[in-house]
Design a protein around this ligand. Structure first.
Ligand code: SF4
Length: 347
């Protein structure tokens, strides 16, 4: 269990039920109090012990002395003009900021979750990469993003770890958060409705294999040609595409979870016939679906999106090659909440 760096107390949003039972026992309280607390937190979205009315005042005081409940007290919420995206900016205890986006679908809501404040990976087409790396988020700061969205009345059924950061570089905290979010006592979000996005961090993929963790993955390809990829994604140097693909292939053989290849289209950089042929070959090797994302332009990003006509042609070429393909609809571009645009709050 990690603890809040400022108080050294464990945070309520990073404690599993088992850990809470142990704390409750140490405090010499009745065991059922642990279950009552989890119901308040995850069913009623109440973290403050003083508001847990079925717990005595004396026990509320004991608990608040042992467990931290505060985090990201200041939050800005920016709705997009079409109201399909809602960006949340959390101001954390140490001046770090983190952004999460509620994406509204017709029948459900997805939360795009951040795993780090900033990002060290420096993909050249991503604003978070421009911002640079501040720090890893603690487990409670990850769970807190979902908690906050739920508390504001957005029922979240799907999670994509595609916000700020490379989730596999903050492995322990991300996967502990996933355990809590997935648990019956937690938000009970199915793992089939969670997707972790990676830029291809080999050690993280190897760890998923070794620890037998099954989750939907999205792999941000950048370009399927290694030389060209290195110019767009410096991670290629130490995590070569050939090795990453082999590791992903082994990972996929272990289970039936989905793999998506995320492909951000950049005019003149990765949109040639040859680029798309190589992308299709990679998708076939990995039995993966391709998700095309036309670049969301930003003054700090030195690339242009491709035309709508080219986007349709590329989609058609991929379909003809027999590979499942979707185009990501740009939600929240006006509030810098679209794919690759998080981090504006730092600039
Ligand atoms: S695309 Fe993802 S991994 Fe790459 S810089 Fe942006 S947040 Fe980091």
């Amino acid at each position: 269990m990690t603890s809040n760096v400022l108080t050294q107390k464990p945070h309520i949003l990073e404690i599993t039920l088992e850990e809470l039972k142990a704390i409750v026992a140490t405090l010499q309280l009745k065991p059922f109090i642990a279950t009552q607390i989890m119901e308040w937190v995850y069913q009623k979205c109440v973290c403050d012990f003083a508001l847990m009315s079925n717990i005595s005042k004396a026990n509320q005081k004991t608990l608040s002395e042992a467990i931290e409940t505060k985090w990201g007290e200041k939050i800005d919420v920016l709705p997009s003009k079409d109201d399909l995206a809602l960006k949340h900016i959390f101001y954390l205890n140490d001046d770090a900021k983190v952004e999460a986006v509620v994406l509204k679908e017709k029948t459900y809501n997805t939360l795009c979750v951040s795993s780090q404040a900033g990002c060290p990976v420096d993909c050249k087409f991503c604003l978070t990469g421009v911002v640079g790396f501040k720090r890893n988020l603690q487990t409670y700061e990850i769970v807190g993003q979902i908690f906050s969205a739920q508390k504001q009345g957005h029922a979240i059924s799907h999670l994509v770890f595609m916000g700020m950061g490379e989730p596999l570089l903050n492995f322990d905290n991300v996967f502990k958060a996933i355990r809590i979010l997935n648990a019956e006592y937690g938000f009970n979000i199915s793992k089939r409705k969670m997707t972790v996005s990676t830029s291809g961090y080999l050690a993280g993929i190897e760890r998923l294999i070794k620890e037998d963790i099954h989750i939907n993955l999205a792999f941000s390809v950048g370009c399927a040609n290694p030389q060209k990829r290195e110019l767009l994604m410096p991670i290629e140097k130490r995590n070569p595409l050939t090795e990453v693909s082999q590791a992903l292939h082994r990972y996929q053989a272990l289970h039936n979870r989905k793999l998506t290849l995320e492909y951000t289209l950049l005019e003149g950089k990765n949109d040639s016939h040859q680029d798309i042929r190589e992308l299709c070959a990679l998708a076939k090797y990995l039995s993966a679906k391709i998700n095309l994302i036309n670049l969301n332009p930003h003054p700090k990003i030195p690339f242009k999106p491709i035309s709508t006509k080219s986007l349709h042609q590329i989609k058609e070429t991929i379909e003809k090659a027999g590979v499942p393909v979707t185009v990501r609809f740009k939600k929240g571009q006006d509030i810098s909440a679209a794919c690759g645009q998080l981090g504006e709050s730092y600039l």
